[in-house]
Design a protein around this ligand. Structure first.
Ligand code: WT7
Length: 634
């Protein structure tokens, strides 16, 4: 098992060692995993060329680390506790041995369907244990899973399937989230109208509703299992650098980026950070409320916790059903010790009567976590006082889909906290603040753009099919460094506070959304000439979306009808999560002489922060700024 850091002193020593000799440091950590063959070199890195390799020559299978390795001593320990959407339905407890058998058996299903090492398999599934089984089964045979969050639209699903040419799609017929049934299979059928690479679809029957199946293409999960007699599946031997999965994240321009994560480095990074940030102990019950469709679910519901032999909770539902006490009811029922959620959920819960919290016994809790966006002071204190009762350290974990694992965070109970600060980098993580001239700011306190000076094991290796874009996006801003896209403040002690994105990505309710694809969807409407979408601060969602839209003169429908239609277009091309909160119709957009929309100004107006609009001298049409401000919807 990975060695845990138990004191602040040890944190500082380990940090120092990780900077001075990363090879030695990570080599020692990697020793505690199960390798078929050890690596030849720990690290080969050329950041300027976006080329990073960890544990080259090493051979392993991550599922042997997540499953096989625990069987002898912990085979009967619960690996996954599944909590259904409907509290009247039974929870499911799956031991490590049961999970091992289910994964092996389903891995044989995949093989039986012609899936081979290196093939891409798309998973579009609700939060049910079968999602974890399917994902680990892919890893077992060396297939690359590409999980698409089941809230995305059919268009978003098909473009992701096509981008990575997935061969097989695994889904469920239907799912309930709250009171709302969602017909996932219908979304898939629509998506599959133009995804020539998909040969087969496997459908898990989550509800008894009748399901449309396409002859020759679709089959049910249970039918597939019935064809399998062998419950053992030898794990495929993978190179440390072989891809484990692809996960799409929004870019500030163009289509979503299929971030490719490696097998060895990702395993080491996700597990090491899980152990050290959360300080998980043997009988703890750990619950991360994220969806597995996001990186948080990949690293901190499945791979990190399972490789560490933890008991991990998976929740199918939403925090508001049957009422806003649902999370706390689950904490009491399962005696959850570690609770990891997003600021947007905390803010939503804090809006409801405290009696919904006080009804439940939360004394099992030891550690609280936050992830996805900056946590504001008020939410931090509400969480600390009412959930942690002032006795649970809050780990505010900063990281990204691209980083694969937590980068900046307190280690629970080990390193000091500072409310609203992600605090200090984990060992092996070397942040830098950069000024507007691209120079590193070495003094503190200071504010700048956040970059990384050295590679870490779980860094994404490329963007699927577009290494140049990977290089341009992350390694071209500052030579030899990784650029995060975030701004940050560093206090005199070296604690970091993330101040938010500095590019055209907006984090809405913890979901990372690029404004460009949303603008494309709005532009599709016949009545729209052009538009600009920006984020603005929102009490609960953290940020919400504001669109400035110019329309043609001869529009037949009312502004309100047009607003509804625009949001429908967004829901169908991206998903309901990307809907606009405010749509202002304007006679023109502020543009530079070179024709670039000045989003910076629009962002300020949308945020009601117009005291200083900054340099507007390059504007071609300053008069529209006046008009936009006058008719602003804020
Ligand atoms: C962006 C990455 C990685 C988990 C989920 C989001 C923001 C993430 C924090 C935090 C302030 C945070 C950043 C980052 N972010 N965690 N603790 N404090 N901001 O993954 O969708 O790839 O988004 O989320 O802006 O760049 P993601």
């Amino acid at each position: 098992m990975v060695q845990k850091i138990h004191s602040y002193k040890k944190y500082k020593e380990d940090y120092q060692e990780s900077v001075e000799d990363p090879g030695k440091f990570w080599g020692k950590i990697a020793e505690s995993f199960l390798w078929r063959k050890k690596w030849d070199t720990v690290l080969e890195s050329d950041m300027a060329n976006a080329d990073v390799k960890w544990f080259q020559g090493g051979k392993l299978n991550i599922t042997e680390n997540c499953l096989d390795r625990h069987l002898e001593k912990n085979g009967n320990k619960t690996a996954i506790i599944w909590e259904p959407n409907n509290p009247d339905e039974e929870s499911r407890y799956i031991t490590y041995r049961q999970l091992y058998v289910k994964v092996s058996r389903f891995a044989n299903v995949l093989k039986n369907n012609g899936v081979k090492k290196g093939d891409r398999v798309c998973l579009y599934m609700p939060m049910i244990p079968e999602l974890s089984i399917a994902m680990l089964a892919c890893a077992r045979i060396g297939a690359i899973h590409s999980i698409v969050f089941a809230g995305f639209s059919s268009t978003a699903l098909s473009s992701r399937i096509n981008d990575s040419q997935c061969k097989l799609l695994i889904t469920a017929n239907e799912v309930y989230r709250g009171t709302k049934p969602i017909n996932l299979k219908a979304v898939c059928d629509e998506a599959l109208e133009n995804t020539p690479s998909i040969e087969k679809v496997i459908v898990y029957r989550r509800t008894v509703e009748p399901t449309q199946m396409k002859e020759g293409r679709d089959s049910f999960w249970f039918e597939e299992l019935q064809k399998i007699e062998n419950f053992e599946c030898e794990a495929e031997e993978m190179d440390a650098e072989d891809p484990l999965f692809i996960l799409y994240t929004s870019g500030s321009t163009g289509k979503p980026k299929g971030m490719v994560h490696s097998t060895g480095g990702y395993m080491v990074g996700s597990t090491y950070s899980f152990q050290n940030v959360f300080q998980y102990q043997k009988d703890d019950i750990y619950w991360c409320t994220a969806d597995i469709g996001w990186i948080t679910g990949h690293s901190y519901i499945i791979y990190g916790p399972l490789a560490a032999g933890a008991t991990t909770v998976m929740f199918e539902g939403v925090p508001s059903y049957p009422d806003y006490g649902r999370f706390w009811e689950i904490v009491e029922k399962l005696k959850v010790t570690h609770f990891y959620t997003a600021p947007t959920a905390i803010r939503a819960l804090a809006k409801h009567p405290l009696s919904l919290v006080e009804k439940y016994d939360l004394s099992s809790l030891k550690v609280l976590g936050s992830v996805g966006e900056p946590i504001n002071e008020e939410a931090w204190h509400w969480y600390n006082d009412n959930i942690g009762k002032g006795t649970c350290p809050i780990v505010d974990t900063w990281w990204q889909t691209e980083t694969g694992a937590i980068m900046i965070s307190p280690l629970a109970g080990v390193t000091p906290l500072r409310p609203t600060f992600a605090t200090m980098p984990l060992p092996g993580v070397q942040p830098a603040l950069m000024d507007e001239h691209g120079k590193e700011i070495t003094e503190s306190p200071a504010e700048g753009r956040l970059a990384m000076k050295a590679p870490w094991p779980s860094i994404a290796r490329t963007i699927y099919g577009d290494h140049q874009r990977y290089k341009d996006t992350y390694f071209s801003a500052y030579s030899g460094m990784y650029f995060t896209g975030d701004g940050a403040y560093r206090d005199a002690m070296g604690n970091y506070r993330i101040t938010g994105r500095v590019d055209d990505v907006v984090i809405v309710s913890g979901h990372n959304l690029g404004t460009a694809p949303i603008e494309n969807a709005v532009d599709e409407h016949d009545a729209v000439v052009e538009c600009a979408v920006v984020g603005f601060p929102h009490d609960i969602k953290g940020n919400a979306l504001y669109a400035y839209v110019t329309k043609y003169d001869e529009v037949r429908i009312s502004d309100d009808e047009l607003r509804v239609e625009i949001n429908k277009l967004i829901a169908s091309s991206i998903g309901a999560i990307a809907k606009l909160d405010k749509i202002q119709f304007v006679s023109g957009l502020p543009k530079t002489r070179s024709g670039k929309i000045m989003r910076r100004i629009l962002r300020k107006i949308a945020s009601n922060d117009t005291s200083n609009l900054g340099d507007t001298s390059t504007l071609l049409n300053p008069e529209v700024v006046e008009e936009i401000m006058e008719k602003s919807l804020v």
